[in-house]
Design a protein around this ligand. Structure first.
Ligand SMILES: [Ca+2]
Ligand SMILES: [Ca+2]
Ligand SMILES: [Ca+2]
Length: 152
């Protein structure tokens, strides 16, 4: 039995089934947030070279951006000599309000996907969650308010 279930069972004896049902929903939400915590700095979005927020096995070695980056070939995953272009396999948008955009081609062109505030994707090859078929393809990134600058 997980610790969550033990807590839920204990609460069931104390406060009744209806209250426990709503408590259960709250706990599920907290668990989801904890699972998506990464080394990505607040108010930035991050990319990693490998699945599951890793670059060469190190989560701290990420590329992160606050505005836009039209040519990922000019950037490195932190702490490495790996350029970011056509290598990224997972992402975390760690901004509370802004949507981040990810493009296959430089200057924010070509196929793209977006990640809403506080969302992640552990694997650009699968669709749960989206996107899929973007593995090792990204060449430009931007938050929504900087798309014009990125395309300029
Ligand atoms: Ca990769
Ligand atoms: Ca995916
Ligand atoms: Ca590309």
């Amino acid at each position: 039995m997980t610790s969550e279930k033990r807590v839920a069972k204990k609460l069931a004896g104390l406060v009744g089934a209806t209250a426990v049902a709503s408590m259960g929903l709250v706990m599920v939400g907290l668990t989801a947030d904890a699972a998506s915590a990464t080394t990505c700095t607040d108010n930035r979005a991050c990319l990693w070279e490998d699945y599951d927020f890793m670059t060469n096995g190190v989560q701290a070695n990420r590329f992160q951006f606050q505005m836009w980056a039209p040519r990922l070939s000019q950037h490195y995953y932190s702490g490495t000599s790996l350029t970011v272009n056509d290598k990224s396999s997972s992402a975390h948008n760690n901004d509370n309000t802004r949507t981040a955009y990810f493009y296959m081609d430089p200057d924010c062109t070509g196929y793209w996907f977006q990640k809403p505030p506080n969302s992640t994707d552990t694997n650009f090859n699968n669709g749960s969650p989206g996107p899929q078929n973007f593995n090792d393809e990204l060449s430009a990134v931007a938050f929504g308010s900087y798309l014009d600058e990125c395309k300029a």
